[in-house]
Design a protein around this ligand. Structure first.
Ligand SMILES: [Zn+2]
Length: 261
């Protein structure tokens, strides 16, 4: 059976380690391997494939914990953000860098907010663009603000939202159901959110994955990409009890609400 280009390996409670496979060179890249074991297990079941590259989006342990073990086991190269706390990085990437993975170009986008070092990887294929969004843009939600400000995260998400609508988004957690329950609370009259929540409820009741997603779907259903939409601004006003402007203030109010939802 042919190996698909993108393979999701579940890890921990709700992480996914994405593998990007190249059937011509029989190489794979692993994105944010917080645990080495799922990757090693996959490689042992596909002995024709070799792990060539690890791509890191940010320093959190559940995204980096498997790096040194995988590097020692396979000799792969590790790419990641400029952050000395991440061990094992061979190639430090900054905003605007263009790197070649299996002959395809990836653009590095700095997207601070969840952490200050967070980067995303974008492949600008006109027919099939894709994005590795890490813990910045989730299906139906966005990452918590551990290090950056609401303004930084809002700007990072705006940058991702400017990519083509048909961009496929590979994020790193199975948070979609909880995110959409919150999205439904923010916009109870949004039919796209209701429909999507039903689809996701069905998938999860079968234990199935809800990823990847697309930017078009996120723009219709993800409240964190909708802080200019009147219904979302109104929800922020209801939640905070004070006048809240569209954009950053609404985003900040919705993000703080999600933290306690
Ligand atoms: Zn994280």
């Amino acid at each position: 059976m042919p190996v698909p280009q993108f393979i999701a390996l579940p890890a921990f409670q709700d992480n996914y380690i994405w593998l990007i496979a190249n059937e011509k060179t029989l190489q794979v890249a692993a994105v944010d391997p917080g645990d080495a074991l799922p990757v090693i297990t996959w490689l042992s079941r596909h002995p024709e494939y070799q792990l060539s590259t690890i791509l890191i989006t940010h320093h959190h342990r559940d995204h980096t914990g498997g790096v040194l073990t995988l590097k020692a086991a396979t000799g792969c190269k590790v790419w990641g953000p400029a952050n000395n706390s991440i061990q094992g990085i061979d190639r430090t990437l900054e905003d605007g860098f263009k790197v070649q993975l299996f002959g395809e170009q990836l653009e590095v986008l700095a997207v601070p907010g969840h952490t200050l070092d967070h980067i995303a990887y974008y492949h600008a294929d006109p027919d099939n663009p894709w994005l590795l969004s890490g813990d910045t843009l989730f299906a139906g939600g966005c990452g918590r603000l551990f290090e950056g400000s609401a303004e930084q995260m809002h700007q990072s998400l705006a940058r991702l939202a400017a990519l083509p609508d048909h961009t496929t988004i590979y994020c790193t957690h199975e948070y979609t159901q909880a995110n959409l329950r919150f999205a439904h609370a923010v916009e109870p009259d949004n039919a796209d959110i209701k429909t999507r929540l039903e689809v996701v409820d069905d998938l999860r009741s079968d234990g199935r994955m809800t990823l990847p997603t697309t930017l078009a779907l996120e723009k219709r259903t993800n409240p964190f990409l909708r802080s200019e939409v009147p219904a979302v601004v109104a929800a922020a006003v209801r939640q905070t009890g004070v006048t809240t402007a569209p954009g950053v203030p609404t985003f900040a109010a919705i993000r703080a609400w999600k933290d306690i939802f």
